[in-house]
Design a protein around this ligand. Structure first.
Ligand code: HEM
Length: 117
């Protein structure tokens, strides 16, 4: 169980890297009004959704000690990110606020994950 939890948590970090990395490689283009949704963002958002839910399931099977308010907030944030990447994935030119917002929401979820106990 501990190994499985560790593997899923690593995949959760890979999803985070993909989502945030997708935003970071767009910073220059997006600032010039030429940003777009890249596949890494879509895959990253879906990975966070799936691995996050799996982590909650594994915790429930173990100690059951889940911070429901924290998880509900993270889930709501990732749902907004997922909707944004799907709705705007084929938009070109893309309004720059979309990529900034995806980046800000991703950072918000990192802050929630690390700072909310
Ligand atoms: C953009 C989306 C997300 C980001 C950036 C993110 C980020 C993180 C980070 C950095 C950690 C490690 C925290 C630590 O160990 O101190 C973590 C852990 C975890 N995440 Fe996420 N997460 C996201 C989405 C989700 C979602 C949607 C769920 C559940 C539905 C979720 C559930 C969890 C759980 C259960 C853990 C391990 C236990 C904990 O530290 O609370 N995450 N996440």
């Amino acid at each position: 169980m501990t190994i499985l939890f560790g593997i899923i948590l690593i995949l959760h970090f890979v999803g985070l890297a993909s989502l945030l990395g997708g935003v970071l490689v767009q910073v220059k283009d997006n600032a010039a009004g030429k940003g777009r949704i890249v596949a890494a963002m879509i895959h990253g958002a879906l990975t966070q959704l799936v691995t996050g839910i799996l982590l909650v399931g594994l915790i429930e099977m173990g100690s059951g000690d889940v911070n429901t308010a924290k998880i509900a907030t993270k889930l709501a944030v990732v749902i907004v990110i997922t909707v944004l990447v799907f709705v705007y994935r084929k938009k070109s030119p893309l309004a720059s606020w979309v990529v900034w917002l995806i980046g800000a929401l991703t950072l918000a979820n990192i802050a929630i994950a690390v700072l909310w106990h």
